[in-house]
Write a protein that binds this ligand. Structure first.
Ligand SMILES: [Zn+2]
Length: 676
């Protein structure tokens, strides 16, 4: 079987990069402690999470049950979100929040684990160990672990796989468990995840007496692959393969769930073929190998495709790999924003039709960009092509980073490409768009997702096989890898933001290849190495040989200011251009350019840009000063008047990196600029 590359262990990489280290430190020093407070409902003026509350209630229930004491179970109500009634004190034994609230705890534990691997912190480890103990003590004796149903005496458990996220919470539990095991060597959470996996397998599958189900919100697929890789237990690989192959098969298990509900309400059942797009929201409208277009809820789609790519890799399943490639193209060539965001419509937090990429009503959820990074890395593991790494970097550096404020304590869920705060405040259609980052959300999926991704950043920058190491993203780091059985350390020096990458090699004669990416945004890359000229394939330069200390690789990857236009079919961007500087998508903000950003024009044919450095919220960032036109606001005597060319004045237009927008007070923002 073909050998695919694997991410380096977090213990093998030390990040020193000025830019990326800053972001990672925000996560470690601000976000992780802040999230712990949020999960414990201790952040004033933020929506309560109820997450720790629910685990405590479930743990209390288990303790009483073990002691033979009675417990007053909650009455089953099929609600998606449960809150204390207005004016009533919360019941300490009741479940509150969304049905998937448990997942926030797991995402936090996962981020903590990654952080501990790179930055030991006994105090944090102790807090996390207590949280793990709490999670384990909430587990039912048969391995079931979902506080929503545990507190309702399991009435309704596994009855609504379509919407009730039990398998989603299982997925996050498992991701956390693997990370916790890798970080601390402790098996407590890993055993809890294995027991829950086995409990699920007792109830769900194709055997007699089981439900032929699969996750409504995907993630269990890729989590099971990690569990398999961590434990070597083939039953987890089988479980993942079953989930993926069963998805979208007929008779449709989600249709059966819908019809059971309709029967309760004495409504007529839906027919199997009533609507071919039924369940497209869940990517369950067809078997996954037949799917050609990225559809439905964007985060779910990204997690599903990531799981498919994992299975394709571990099974050497060529048909599945081709399905992944088709869905990759649909996602990135027809449906992705220039910022690497995906999900064009807030209706269902979903992909819209091809080339429908509205800027102001965009959804572009932070989690979906995180998911696209997951998908891209998995495609890279199968086939090192810079196309995948370019998208990974685009999503990461623009949308994922935009999801977190530069103080690490407030967050965007939705990432529009054009904002008018007044419209957001008054227009129902823009209700989902927030002009400033929010402290915490009742549905807080995005912030912990940013935390777990950024804490494990080295695993996206470097992957390796037995005799090859790939550098996909540039950042100053020391990365240790074994090539041909011997150790090599790559010392990547700081400087990529100035267009220079210097890598010093430390090795005692390791024989293998070092492959470095040529980013798509760099028009004129050049390189040299003590190991010869290198060969270029799929956007990577490969240097081979026996590496000795003193060897080095130098890349010149100069940033340039580029004006880009969108495919003509993207009607929202017709007559507009976006500006990119190196990997950074740039935007205009009211703070620098005044109100009514739509009255500004830039001249892509003769863009004279000056690149400056500016400190924004403690970070040195490139900002652009370009020549443009300001359309003069004339007094019109009516809404419509005979056409005449409006007066324009020369002006300077300032652009800042999109990810940093909204950090200097609220105001208008725009990525796609009007053009001459
Ligand atoms: Zn989210």
């Amino acid at each position: 079987m073909k050998e695919y590359s694997k991410p380096l262990s977090l213990n093998q990489v030390r990040i020193r990069d000025t830019f990326w280290k800053h972001e990672m430190e925000l996560v470690r020093t601000r976000m992780i402690p802040y999230q712990w407070e949020a999960l414990n409902d201790r952040v004033p003026d933020a929506a309560p999470s109820w997450c720790v509350h629910n685990f405590r209630a479930a743990a209390r229930l288990q303790a009483r049950r073990r002691a033979g004491e009675s417990w007053k179970y909650e009455v089953w109500k099929g609600t998606f979100e449960t809150l204390p009634r207005t004016g009533e004190e919360p019941d300490e034994n009741a479940f509150y929040g969304f049905v998937f609230q448990d997942s926030d705890m797991y995402k936090w534990l996962e981020a903590v684990s990654y952080s501990l691997m790179q930055h030991p912190d006994p105090e944090l480890e102790k807090t996390a160990a207590e949280a793990v103990e709490l999670v384990c003590s909430a587990q039912d004796p048969d391995g079931y672990l979902d506080t929503f149903y545990i507190l309702k005496n399991r009435v309704g458990a596994f009855s609504n796989l379509k919407d009730h996220h039990e398998l989603y919470c299982f997925g996050h539990l498992t991701e956390a468990a693997v990370a916790w095991h890798q970080a601390t060597g402790r098996t407590d959470l890993l055993e809890a995840a294995e027991r829950y996996a086995d409990c699920i397998a007792m109830h769900i599958g194709l055997e007699d007496g089981k439900k032929p189900g699969y996750p409504g919100h995907e993630i269990a697929e890729m989590a099971l692959m990690r569990l398999y890789e961590e434990t070597g237990e083939a039953r987890f690989l089988d479980q993942c393969r079953y989930f993926l192959n069963q998805r979208g098969q007929k008779p449709h298990v989600f249709l059966e769930e819908v019809n059971a509900e309709r029967a309760r309400k004495e409504e007529k059942p839906l027919e199997e073929d009533s609507d071919e797009k039924l369940f497209a929201y869940y990517q369950a409208h067809q078997p996954v190998r037949m799917q050609k277009e990225a559809v439905g809820h964007a985060v779910r789609a990204m997690y599903l495709y990531s799981g498919m790519a994992d299975l394709a890799r571990l099974d050497g399943d060529e048909e599945m790999r081709r399905a992944c490639e088709t869905l990759w193209h649909s996602t990135t060539r027809d449906k992705m924003y220039i910022t690497g965001g995906v999900g064009g419509t807030h209706v269902g937090e979903a992909f819209s039709r091809r080339f429908d990429l509205p800027n102001d009503t965009a959804y572009s959820e932070t989690c979906a960009a995180v998911g696209l990074v997951f998908f891209a890395r998995r495609m890279l593991q199968m086939q090192p092509k810079s196309e995948y790494a370019d998208v990974m970097e685009r999503a990461l550096i623009n949308t994922v980073l935009a999801g977190m404020a530069m103080d690490g304590q407030s967050f965007f869920y939705v990432n529009p490409l054009e904002v008018d705060p007044e419209a957001c405040r008054t227009d129902k259609r823009l209700e989902h768009v927030k002009p400033v980052r929010q402290k915490w959300f009742g549905c807080a999926c995005c912030p912990p997702n940013v935390a777990r991704l950024l804490s494990s950043l080295p695993q996206y920058a470097f992957t390796a096989t037995q005799d090859r190491v790939y550098v996909h993203l540039y950042m100053a780091a020391d990365a240790e890898v074994t090539l041909g059985g011997k150790k090599v350390v790559l010392h990547v020096q700081d400087g990529w933001m100035n267009g220079r990458v210097h890598i010093d090699i430390e090795s005692e004669g390791a024989d293998g290849a070092v492959c470095v990416r040529l980013p798509g945004w760099c028009e004129h890359p050049s390189w040299k190495s003590t190991r010869g000229e290198g060969t270029v394939e799929n956007g990577y330069v490969t240097f081979c040989g026996e590496w000795k200390t003193g060897d080095s690789i130098d890349l010149e990857l100069p940033f340039s200011v580029m004006c880009l236009h969108a495919d003509w079919r993207v009607r929202e961007d017709a007559g507009r251009a976006a500006v990119q500087y190196g990997p950074f998508v740039m935007c205009t903000e009211e703070k620098d350019n005044g109100k009514d950003l739509y009255m500004l024009k830039i001249c892509p044919d003769s863009l004279q840009a000056q690149v400056n450095q500016e400190t924004i919220c403690g970070m040195d960032l490139p900002v652009l000063d370009v020549h443009g036109k300001q359309i003069v606001r004339e007094e019109d005597d009516a809404l419509y008047t005979p056409w005449h060319r409006r007066r324009e004045e020369d002006t300077r237009v300032k652009l800042v990196p999109y990810f940093a927008w909204g950090n200097r007070g609220g105001g208008e923002m725009r990525v796609w600029q009007r053009t001459e």
